[in-house]
Design a protein around this ligand. Structure first.
Ligand SMILES: [Zn+2]
Length: 235
């Protein structure tokens, strides 16, 4: 499993990759899980956690509530008795167990999105749950010497969050995509202008590595060039 370490020694491990990434932030006995994958990932997640000697999970933080990022939350929270952290903007959706598919940002995904919206009840739903902590703009969750800050980075979805560790590593969910070479634009986003502002906010956070919900790590250089190239943010 790929591991990212900050200069302060905090560890972020990509515990699940493939369809969606899930990460665990470890410090001493505290384990914080970021995202829970789609419905098929449950056994893989438990296996991964066990192999890292994570027999307890203290927090689940959801970058957002699309089904491929949160489908195992209910089951995992019951298993580990952990607290669920989510954006206030998406808490009503998770109580219902369905979050609408966002709009496409590319020609092909615009078509996919409008098709997907017709059938989303069948594939985009997940077991409902209730968050314990709702985040609005920012939440400081520093625990056992790890500096963890959760910030609101909307655009892909109304309540997208990013989790910053030691001001160096940011787990950004689908606010950035790590699949397409030379581009970080997610193929789906509810509000592109808000998304571009969130990119700028993440650049301004000072973090050097951005870990997306899909694909590989993104560095500051690529983020910066994407912002500049498109002149996305007009202040
Ligand atoms: Zn998403």
């Amino acid at each position: 499993m790929e591991t990212f370490i900050t200069s302060k020694g905090s560890r972020v491990i990509r515990i699940l990759s493939g369809r969606s990434n899930c990460y665990i932030v470890k410090s001493g006995s505290v384990n914080l899980l970021v995202d829970t994958g789609d419905g098929s990932a449950y056994n893989k997640l438990i296996k991964g956690l066990t192999s890292l000697n994570c027999f307890t999970v203290d927090y689940i933080v959801l970058t957002h509530s699309h089904f491929d990022h949160c489908a195992n939350t209910s089951q995992l929270a019951k298993r580990y008795g952990c607290k669920i952290i989510l954006s206030k903007n998406e808490s009503r959706m998770v109580s219902a167990g369905i979050t609408p598919i966002p709009k496409g940002t590319l020609f092909a995904t615009k078509i996919l999105s409008s098709l997907g919206r017709k059938y989303e009840n069948s594939f985009a739903s997940y077991p409902p749950f209730t968050p314990d902590i709702e985040v609005e703009e920012c939440l400081d969750l520093s625990i056992q010497g790890i500096n963890i800050k959760i910030i609101h980075t909307p655009g892909h979805s109304a309540g997208s969050l990013s989790i910053l560790v030691d001001k160096e590593i940011a787990m950004v969910g689908d606010t950035m995509f790590g699949i397409f070479p030379g581009s970080i634009l997610p193929p789906f986003a509810d509000d592109l202008q808000l998304l571009y502002k969130s990119w700028k906010k993440l650049l301004d956070s000072g973090c050097s590595s951005f870990l997306p919900g899909h694909g590989k790590k993104i560095d500051r250089k690529l983020l910066n060039s994407q912002i500049k190239k498109q002149n996305y943010v007009k202040n």
